[in-house]
Design a protein around this ligand. Structure first.
Ligand code: PA5
Length: 435
């Protein structure tokens, strides 16, 4: 099995080669722009050449702190929202055991990604009696959710550890500006830098993602090696040879035919948070100026018994991208049962993962018959290397796709709207006495 494969055989009735060809020129122009990513810092294209550059020194410094945290703590609390937490949690969840933590890692928990009082209260209670480190992550340093959570966690750490709290708090933020950077300087926290030219949702392979991923016991060198392999493979300018560009163009053509929703579907529940990362990446990069494909996700076979009805039979407005990893490190064989009451002995020579794979193929055929355009992204193995490969693949195709829509892939002006309304309500409420 190849490292990565984009399987499009079920799309023939939806997309002709002439339609693909009509994008050639635009793709090559955008490709040239991406290839010159190193020349323009203000464009937030730093993620594009990042895996190709030597990151050994950075990896070593992250591993050193990760080792210290693993030796001294039972729990790492990661504070962040959006691009400052989704990537780390996505990789951690994808590669950690379903129950408990990885042998060479410790528990990593997340806060600052919502405003739930119950969540933060219960988290703080949960930390009691455990040895704790905190990694606060914010590029701007001023986002409300993580800032509020850090206020609570900072108090908690200072009360518990006194002067030593500052040894246990690591800040990941801008090199020179922002409130978090100022606070880190004042308090003497150790810091990791988020490069100027890498935006939040493209920052998973920087210290933003790498420190929590390393602490959870996953191999960050291998993750970056996978991203590097993708960055090398995807340097091709030609649409015929570049699967990231093919994926971007396929999405454009389907969208023009009225398929406005893309469903990313996996058959491994561990990938749920990876779906969330992908949704943020595409949703925030493309969804502007009244354009974009709405990114949604499903986990099968669970969701085949709920939303599966709509996919098979509802409005024909969605297309589906099935994500599948061939090798999963653990598997369970299906036992032979003397009585065979359930009639399932015909499966007793199989394993769960085999049945899951056949479920994927059956689902693709059924949804194809139901009029859903289905494409598949196949990877050889669910591990750090292939996750790194997939992450870079999606970032590159997302940038191409947003440029094809004619929007800036790296800003998120729409996010300001809710913040402004919320702030004005919060300030007005204060004026009328907190009611
Ligand atoms: O992609 C983005 O830039 C955003 O989603 C940010 O990651 C998110 O808003 C958090 O921002 P910050 O890291 O500045 O707190």
């Amino acid at each position: 099995m190849k490292t990565f494969f984009l399987e499009t055989s079920l799309l023939q009735e939806y997309i002709s080669s002439d339609e693909m060809d009509s994008y050639r020129q635009r793709v090559e122009l955008i490709h040239t722009h991406l290839q010159h990513s190193e020349e323009n810092e203000s464009e937030l294209l730093g993620w594009h050449h990042y895996p190709l550059n030597d990151q050994d020194e950075l990896l070593q410094s992250i591993e050193d702190i990760a080792t210290e945290i693993k030796l001294n703590a039972e729990v790492l609390v990661v504070i962040g929202v959006g691009g400052s937490f989704l990537g780390a949690k996505a990789v951690q969840d994808a590669l950690s055991p379903y129950f408990g933590s990885k042998e060479n890692g410790i528990e990593v928990v997340y806060v600052g990604q919502n405003m739930s009082g119950a969540y933060i209260k219960q988290l703080v209670n949960y930390l009691d009696g455990k040895s704790v480190y905190v990694n606060v992550i914010s590029k701007s340093g001023s986002t409300m959710e993580p800032a509020l959570a850090f206020r609570v966690l900072r108090n908690y750490m200072e009360e518990r550890y006194g002067f030593d709290a500052k040894q246990r708090i690591i800040a990941t933020t801008d090199a020179s500006k922002g409130i978090l950077k100022e606070l880190a300087n004042e308090e003497g926290y150790r810091t990791f830098v988020i490069n100027n030219d890498i935006g939040g949702r493209y920052s998973i392979l920087t210290p933003v993602g790498l420190l929590p991923i390393a602490v959870s016991g996953n191999d960050i060198t291998s993750l970056l090696a996978g991203a590097k392999a993708a960055a090398q493979d995807l340097q091709e300018s030609s649409l015929d040879k570049n699967s990231a560009y093919q994926y971007a163009v396929i999405r454009q053509i389907l969208h023009k035919k009225g398929y406005d929703i893309e469903l990313l579907a996996s058959f491994e529940p561990a990938l749920k948070c990876f779906h969330e990362w992908w949704k943020q990446l595409f949703g925030e990069s493309e969804g502007k100026e009244k354009k974009g494909i709405f990114p949604a996700s499903v986990t099968f076979s669970t969701d085949l018994h709920s939303i599966g009805q709509y996919i098979q039979d509802g409005q024909r407005i969605l297309f589906e991208t099935l994500l599948h990893f061939h090798e999963i490190s653990e598997d369970q064989s299906i036992p032979f049962d003397e009585s065979n009451h359930d009639g399932l002995n015909y499966l007793s020579h199989r394993t769960f993962n085999e049945v899951n794979r056949i479920c994927k193929d059956g689902t693709a055929l059924a949804h194809d018959e139901g009029g859903v355009p289905v494409l598949k992204i196949e990877l050889a193995k669910l591990d750090e290397f292939h996750m790194g490969y997939l992450i870079f693949f999606f970032m590159k195709s997302c940038a191409m796709s947003a440029y094809l829509f004619g929007v800036n892939p790296f800003d998120q002006p729409g996010v300001e709207a809710y913040k402004n309304k919320m702030l004005s309500l919060l300030k007005n409420t204060e004026l009328i006495g907190g009611k």
